[in-house]
Ligand binder design. Structure first.
Ligand code: JF5
Length: 244
């Protein structure tokens, strides 16, 4: 899968590509990631990427021309992308379902914003969609681009070694994860739940389901509306709702 990331801080994005599963997938050729310096697509002496807002107001706005030129150059050198994603707090929320959708595409361009925002014509003419990674303000889209790259990449076959661990991930199941334990069996007075040491596999599965459901009910009840529950999980959830 191909990714092209356009930014005024290429080293910030590259720094996020030097460790972990994504970096190994890039090294192994499963992912093809290029980072582009937006200033390479400016045409003035100062390599300006921003300018004052029409109508006044605080801060600066990203100019449309360098972003349009950068995407044109990517098209010529790397082929026609499946999507051109603009990252901003105004975008549609990026969820695991969105990560699954994007992981099925061949080539994604990501545009990182900075300053107070982008000229609206970038949305109209350059981007094909606008995504937000959550309801908070970042200083720029670079960290959001790394978040999207990571979440999408781990769904691409061959990026995460163990496919079962991708499948088991919290949001793939639509519920929060159950608690995990490893040795020692007691740490600072806190014991590992007895059932996990018992060797009763059916009991372990049932306990994990119950605790995952209880956590989801307490912390993220919104997830229960869309989660697909099996028979046993529906029963456990009804019991939990009665006792709470
Ligand atoms: C950005 C102008 C983009 O702050 C964000 C963001 C928050 N959630 N998802 C993305 O993007 C950076 C800053 C300023 C445009």
């Amino acid at each position: 899968m191909k990714f092209d990331i356009v930014t005024i801080f290429p080293r910030m994005v590259e720094a996020g590509l030097t460790e972990g599963v994504v970096s190994r997938a890039v090294a192994g050729g499963v992912l093809d990631v290029r980072v582009h310096d937006l200033r390479d697509y400016t045409s003035d002496r100062h390599r300006s990427v921003d300018d004052m807002p029409y109508g006044g107001g605080p801060g600066m706005v990203m100019k449309p021309e360098p972003l349009a030129k950068a995407v044109d150059a990517i098209r010529e050198r790397r082929g026609n992308p499946s999507e051109v994603v603009l990252l901003s707090p105004q975008g549609k929320l990026f969820t695991q379902a969105e990560a699954v959708r994007l992981s099925g595409l061949e080539h994604i361009v990501i545009l990182c914003g900075r300053y107070e925002g982008m000229d609206e014509r970038v949305r109209e003419l350059v981007a094909t969609e606008e995504l937000s990674i959550g309801d908070y303000v970042l200083s720029g889209g670079e960290l959001a681009a790394l978040v999207i790259l990571d979440a999408v990449s781990r769904l691409v076959p061959g990026v995460v070694g163990d496919a079962a661990s991708v499948e088991a991930d919290s949001f793939s199941r639509g519920l929060l994860d159950y608690p995990h334990y490893t040795r020692p069996a007691e740490f600072a007075g806190h014991k590992v739940p007895e059932v996990l040491l018992s060797g009763h596999h059916a009991e372990v599965r049932r306990w994990r389901k119950r605790v995952a459901l209880r956590r989801t009910l307490e912390r993220r009840p919104d997830l229960l509306a869309t989660a697909t529950l099996d028979e046993e999980e529906r029963e456990l959830l009804n019991e939990l709702k009665k006792s709470s």
